[in-house]
Design a protein around this ligand. Structure first.
Ligand code: PEP
Ligand code: MN
Length: 263
């Protein structure tokens, strides 16, 4: 269902009132985690002003250590909805537990499947019936074909609105946090009709590398970006090293648009 052999023309996916994959650069931006009302509102306003199309923010966080911040849960979703109300930006957020699906559906305009859940087939099947677009992150230990088959699960169970997200894989080299697989983006664009975007933040692991990776993602043919932005990155409750300042995000948008225009 997701293959270009089945359907040749690209399938745009609607997030809120905007389409992704329509030959136009689509940028999703916001903090790794929703922390406070002020944090999410100021970020929403800043990214909107800089040109973002949607706001991201985690309320349920898949943290490596159980002793670190796990997300605000429903309170985080409520704050995201407030930020949508204040800015008009559609909101995207991660769902980890299939049990939380009704809650996340109530608030989100698009539901993110995190890298660690890419092959949670129970979750994928339920998202097939969720009636919301899905951002499907590639697992950092998964092949491209496994990623496309995960999208196939969602489509087969009734939901064709899937956006593929390359976010870096684990390789022998641990200098950067993950290895951004730009080849996967070029491959996915040719083999599926679904929109493909890239996340430069998680492979970079360090804000100094986020802009170059973002430009590489677009040069490889992606339809857009999902990027972490925070009002005070150094004091963020998760992924502090890699989140962009508002200033850096503005720079990213300008450079990203220049690359998109050149293609
Ligand atoms: C995130 O988007 O904050 C996140 C946890 O991403 P990933 O699932 O790609 O690690
Ligand atoms: Mn993060």
């Amino acid at each position: 269902l997701v293959s270009r052999q089945w359907k040749r023309d690209p399938t745009p996916v609607k997030i809120g009132d905007r389409e992704i994959g329509e030959g136009r650069l689509f940028i999703i931006a916001g903090p790794c985690s929703v922390e406070t009302e002020e944090q999410i509102l100021t970020t929403a306003k800043a990214v909107k002003e800089a040109g973002a199309d949607a706001l991201r923010g985690g309320a349920f966080k898949p943290r490596t250590s159980p002793y670190t911040f796990q997300g605000l849960g429903e309170r985080g979703l409520i704050l995201l909805a407030k930020a949508r109300e204040a800015t008009g930006l559609p909101i995207t957020t991660e769902l980890m537990d299939p049990e939380d699906l009704p809650l996340v559906v109530k608030y989100a305009d698009a539901i993110q499947v995190g890298a660690r859940n890419m092959q949670n087939f129970t979750l994928l099947k339920k998202l097939g019936r969720a009636g919301k677009p899905v951002l499907l992150k590639r697992g950092f230990g998964n092949t491209i074909d496994e990623w496309l088959l995960a999208a196939e699960y969602i489509a087969l169970h009734g939901n064709g609105d899937v956006v593929l997200v390359e976010r870096g894989i684990r390789t022998f080299d641990r200098t950067l946090r993950f290895t951004l697989d730009v080849g996967a983006i070029a491959y996915a664009k040719q083999h599926t009709h679904l929109p493909v975007i890239g996340d430069p933040s998680h492979p970079a692991g360090d804000r100094r590398f986020v802009i170059p990776l973002a430009l590489a993602i677009l040069a490889a043919g992606a339809d857009g970006l999902i990027v972490e932005v925070h009002p005070d990155p150094d004091n963020a409750w998760s992924d502090a090293k890699q989140q962009l300042t508002f200033e850096q995000f503005k720079e990213l948008v300008e450079k990203a648009r220049a690359v998109a225009r050149a293609l």
